[in-house]
Ligand binder design. Structure first.
Ligand code: FMN
Length: 375
């Protein structure tokens, strides 16, 4: 074996890792990505989904696209669900294939709450923590639309939503997933509850930080049940910047210090943290931004946003993260782990095919050949 290859194998991204009961052969994680390929009325994943995830089975861990926990959760076109038996059975084909290819796969649970649109709900208003328009955009069958003022969720709505998450996790368990990830990223329902500018509730799901994170913690506990209290990851994005109400102001970051620290009392297998956006595409990610939350959480941490091979290795070597998730690089390089191991060039993806169409830009990116690498 050449010296170059031996040193490539020595890179931190290729070390084994244990993420709260999930045993990973490497630390290169497929980040969750909505690809809008479930273009069917029942919102079931298709053969194409199996091919897409199967091609990426070399990842230390696959985190699926955000997946609807209920019909009320819907806020984007052609995204699959996990609330029906038909969806469960279709996901089983995906997990079976990934497992046959030696991979591990967890399902990201998604609920858009107020970041939806009446067009997704037969004209009915979406519901959120308070009757406040989150002022973000949502992708409807008619294209991108501005959100509207939602209905404030009642206590009964909240109880039903937690139950929907629990049922979705039970379905994921039966569908053969290795775990679930609670999607609290961006402007999703859980992020709306965490946000004091949108959550003006005066009951125990609002008022202060403890109240605002109650929904998140109740959902974590509920979805952990089918997994015996293990295998539940949580995705947070303190630095999320969107519209008028989602900003990475210091007050927001301080809220998240406390929210992250509270995760320690709950069955959380890993924290999946989306770091600060980079100013320019080639800028290195801000490791201090991730390190801030590393200090608040004792469990495993997956870092994300703008990493490449060098910065991925660096953040693990520095002890700031245990693993790194890649989204855009993994779209265009299904064999990303092999490419890192062999020091190969990466293909650049086409953003125009991220959300549309079928095969194109989804399952037709080339897998690298050894001959090229040996040159
Ligand atoms: C096409 C696309 C779809 C995405 N969908 C999701 C999603 O469903 N859930 C989620 O948590 N993040 C989603 N993200 C965010 C990514 O997981 C990730 O945070 C972001 O792309 C930055 O990582 P990267 O620099 O490795 O691309 C999406 C990103 C892209 C590009």
């Amino acid at each position: 074996m050449s010296t170059a290859l031996l040193s490539a194998l020595d890179q931190p991204l290729l070390r084994r890792a244990d993420l709260g009961g999930l045993s990973l052969p490497n630390r290169v994680v497929l980040a969750p990505m909505t690809r809008a390929r479930a273009a069917n009325a029942a919102l079931v994943p298709t053969e194409l989904h199996a091919a897409y995830y199967g091609q990426r089975a070399g990842a230390g861990l696959i985190i699926t696209e955000g997946t609807w926990v209920s019909e009320q959760a819907i806020g984007f076109v052609n995204v699959p669900g996990i609330y029906s038996e038909e969806q469960l059975l279709a996901w089983r084909r995906v997990t079976d294939l990934v497992h046959a290819l030696g991979g591990r796969i967890v399902l990201q649970l998604w609920h858009t709450g107020a970041a939806s649109h009446p067009d997704h709900h037969g004209g009915a208003l979406p519901a959120g923590p308070s009757a406040i328009n989150p002022r973000v955009r949502t992708f409807t069958p008619g294209g991108f639309r501005e959100t509207v003022t939602p209905r404030a969720m009642t206590r009964a709505d909240i109880v039903a939503t937690v139950a929907d998450f629990r049922a979705a996790a039970e379905h994921a368990h039966r569908a053969g997933f290795d775990g679930v990830e609670v999607g609290a990223l961006g402007s999703s329902l859980i992020a709306q509850f965490l946000n004091p500018r949108i959550n003006e509730r005066s009951d125990e799901y609002g008022i202060d930080r403890t109240g605002r994170r109650r929904l998140l913690l109740e959902i974590i506990d509920a979805v952990a049940e089918p997994w015996g209290g293990q295998r539940v990851g949580v995705r947070l994005s303190p630095y999320w910047t969107e519209g008028d109400y989602f900003t990475a102001a210091e007050a927001v970051l301080a809220d998240y210090d406390e929210h992250v620290s509270a995760l320690g009392d709950h069955p959380v297998a890993y924290l999946h943290l989306r770091g600060r956006d980079v100013a320019m595409p080639d800028d290195a990610p801000d490791l201090d931004a991730i390190a801030r939350y590393r200090r608040q959480f004792d469990g495993p941490l997956i870092a994300n946003n703008g990493f490449d091979q060098a910065t991925g290795n660096a953040i693990i070597e520095a002890g700031v993260a245990d693993a790194v998730s890649y989204a855009r690089h993994f779209v265009a390089n299904p064999d990303l782990v092999t490419r890192f191991a062999l020091g190969r060039e990466l293909t650049v993806g086409d953003p125009d095919t991220y959300y549309g169409g079928g095969v194109g830009g989804y399952v037709d990116y080339p897998m690298g050949a050894w001959e090229d690498a040996a040159r």
